[in-house]
Design a protein around this ligand. Structure first.
Ligand SMILES: Nc1nc2c(ncn2[C@@H]2O[C@H](COP(=O)(O)OP(=O)(O)OP(=O)(O)O)[C@@H](O)[C@H]2O)c(=O)[nH]1
Ligand SMILES: [Mg+2]
Length: 316
C-alpha cells in the first residue's frame, strides 16, 4: 500500500470518474454529425433547458468540471452572453462533459455528453470512437442547410450562412461503423428546423409540410401532465417521428432512413426522428440571431432517453 489516494478511472480512456459512479445511473449521450450541423450550439442550449428541467424534477444540475475535458463556461455558455457563435470544435478530442443531476426518481444520476468534431467523422480519423457503441443515446444531426436546393430557396430569406459540412449519409455510415455491435438508442435530428419553417410561405416542395399548422413539427413539445408534473408525451413523440421521417425523405434523405431501418448488419437500433432548432433563427456569420436565441424542441432527444431510463414518467 503506497498510501496514496486512488482515483477511479475509465478502463478505456483512463479519464478520472466520480467515486460513486458504480452505484449511480450514468446516462451517456454522444452528439454526432457532419461539420457545422449545430452539435456544440445544441449542447450549450440543451444545458440551459436541462437545468430548468432538473430543477422542476426537484434536484439540481451541476457541471462536474473536474471530470470534464473542457471549460463549459468559456466554450458552451459564453456565446449566450456574448452573442457570438462557436468556432468549429477542434478534431481528435471528442470532448466529454459530465453533469451531476443529483437524486432523481430514487437514484443518483449523472449525464455524460460527448461532443465529436464533425471533422473527425468526415475523414478517417484515428480517434477512438468506440464509446458510440456503449452510449445510451447517439444524437445524429442532419443539417437541411447543407442541401443546395434548400440553401438556394432560402437565399433571400437568410443572412449569409457559413460553409456547410460533408455528406450526411457518409457521416452516418461512419457513426454506425463505430457503433458496431453496440445497441445505443439513435435520435436522428432534422436540425436547424427554423430554416425549413422559414420556407413555409415559399414555393418549395417542402413548404406544405411547414405551412400545416396541425403538424407536430411546427409546435413545441408538451412536457407536462394535466397536474403540472413534468413528463414525456410518447404519443406526440411518435407522431413527430413519423412527420420528420417523411420530411427527411422529401429532403433526399431516403438513404438515411434506409440505413437506419434496413441496416447492413440487420440489427435495427431503437430509433426515433426529431426536429430541433438550437438557435430558433439563422445566425448572421459569427453573430447569433439579433433577437437572441429562441430554441425549438431542443431537449426532445434527451427527454426521450430520460423517459426510457425511468427518470421522467410518460404523460400519455
Ligand atoms: N439556422 C440555424 N443555424 C444554426 C443553428 N444551430 C447552429 N447553427 C449555425 O451552425 C453553425 C455551426 O454550429 P456548431 O454548433 O459549431 O456546429 P458543430 O456541429 O458543432 O460543428 P463542428 O464543431 O465543426 O463539428 C453555428 O455557427 C450557427 O451559425 C440553428 O438552430 N439554426
Ligand atoms: Mg462543434
Amino acid at each position: 500500500m503506497c498510501g496514496q489516494q486512488l482515483e477511479r478511472t475509465c478502463t478505456v480512456c483512463h479519464a478520472p470518474m466520480p467515486k460513486d459512479v458504480a452505484e449511480s445511473d450514468v446516462i451517456c449521450v454522444a452528439l454526432a454529425g457532419a461539420r457545422a450541423t449545430g452539435k456544440s450550439v445544441s449542447i450549450g442550449v440543451m444545458r440551459m433547458f436541462l437545468e430548468k428541467l432538473v430543477e422542476e424534477l426537484g434536484s439540481s444540475l451541476d457541471y462536474e468540471e473536474k471530470y470534464s475535458e473542457t471549460d463549459e463556461n468559456a466554450e458552451y455558455l459564453k456565446q449566450m452572453v456574448t452573442g457570438r457563435a462557436y468556432s468549429a470544435t477542434p478534431p481528435s478530442i471528442a470532448r466529454s462533459l459530465l453533469y451531476s443531476m443529483g437524486q432523481l426518481n430514487g437514484r443518483r444520476r449523472y449525464l455524460a455528453l460527448r461532443d465529436i468534431a464533425g471533422e473527425d467523422l468526415e475523414k478517417d480519423s484515428q480517434l477512438n470512437l468506440s464509446f458510440l457503441g456503449r452510449a445510451d443515446l447517439v444524437i445524429f444531426l442532419f443539417d437541411p442547410l447543407a442541401i443546395q436546393s434548400i440553401r438556394d430557396a432560402l437565399e433571400s430569406l437568410l443572412p449569409q450562412q457559413g460553409e456547410s459540412g460533408g455528406e450526411p449519409q457518409r457521416v452516418l455510415q461512419t457513426v454506425l461503423r463505430h457503433i458496431g455491435t453496440g445497441r445505443p438508442h439513435l435520435a436522428i435530428c432534422l436540425a436547424k428546423v427554423d430554416a425549413l419553417q422559414a420556407l413555409a410561405q415559399q414555393d418549395s416542395p417542402i413548404s406544405p409540410v411547414f405551412a400545416n399548422p396541425g403538424a407536430a413539427m411546427t409546435r413545441e413539445s408538451p412536457t407536462r401532465r394535466a397536474n403540472g408534473q413534468v413528463g414525456y408525451d410518447e404519443e406526440t413523440a411518435q407522431v413527430l417521428s413519423e412527420e420528420v421521417r417523411s420530411a427527411l425523405m422529401l429532403l433526399n434523405g431516403t438513404v438515411i432512413v434506409n440505413m437506419i431501418e434496413n441496416p447492413a448488419t440487420k440489427v435495427i437500433l431503437p430509433h426515433r426522428f426529431f426536429a430541433t432548432s438550437a438557435l430558433g433563427d439563422a445566425a448572421n456569420g459569427e453573430l447569433l440571431p439579433p433577437h437572441g436565441i429562441t430554441p425549438f424542441r431542443v431537449l426532445d432527444p434527451l427527454m426521450w432517453i430520460l423517459n426510457q431510463k425511468g427518470v421522467i414518467p410518460s404523460i400519455s
